[in-house]
Design a binder for this molecule. Sequence first.
Ligand SMILES: Nc1ncnc2c1ncn2[C@@H]1O[C@H](COP(=O)(O)OP(=O)(O)O)[C@@H](O)[C@H]1O
Ligand SMILES: [Mg+2]
Length: 151
Amino acid sequence: MNILKAVNLRKIYGQGETEVKALDGVNLEVEKGEFIAIVGTSGSGKSTMLHIIGGLDNPTSGQVIVDGQNLSHMTDEELTIFRRRNIGFVFQQYNLVPMLNVWENIILPVKLDGKKIEKKYVDEIIDTLGIRTKLENLPSALSGGQQQRVA
Ligand SMILES: Nc1ncnc2c1ncn2[C@@H]1O[C@H](COP(=O)(O)OP(=O)(O)O)[C@@H](O)[C@H]1O
Ligand SMILES: [Mg+2]
């Protein structure tokens, strides 16, 4: 089964002289459980592609279907909830909330969703990522790699 399908994605930034065709008819199908990497030179459109398939930005045209749901048919609010429950995104700058500590950053999306924290599951991830001793630290007191793991 396809977990992700992108159909004829185009993304055009700007217009006229400054127009950039960042994506020009991209098709992609990803099977459930498949691991993929998108590789290309700087400026080739990787971040644009990830933002669009992650529901963070709209394509100029084309469709994104995640787990059978067409993202372009969703309202902003539906998309926000869908992202929170289905998409994990590690940004290049990590985007941790600076005034929340590591533990609070980790559980923030679950809390925003009004759900109960599955402590055993979260603990397992914390130990796998080796950030147990940092749970009470603010992001500003972490190395880049530690921030990345928290994200
Ligand atoms: N917000 C934007 N406005 C205008 N042009 C953009 C914007 N974001 C990216 N671009 C341009 O789109 C192209 C693809 O950028 P990007 O997806 O960030 O590439 P990559 O992540 O592969 O380095 C580049 O030429 C970049 O300058
Ligand atoms: Mg990029």
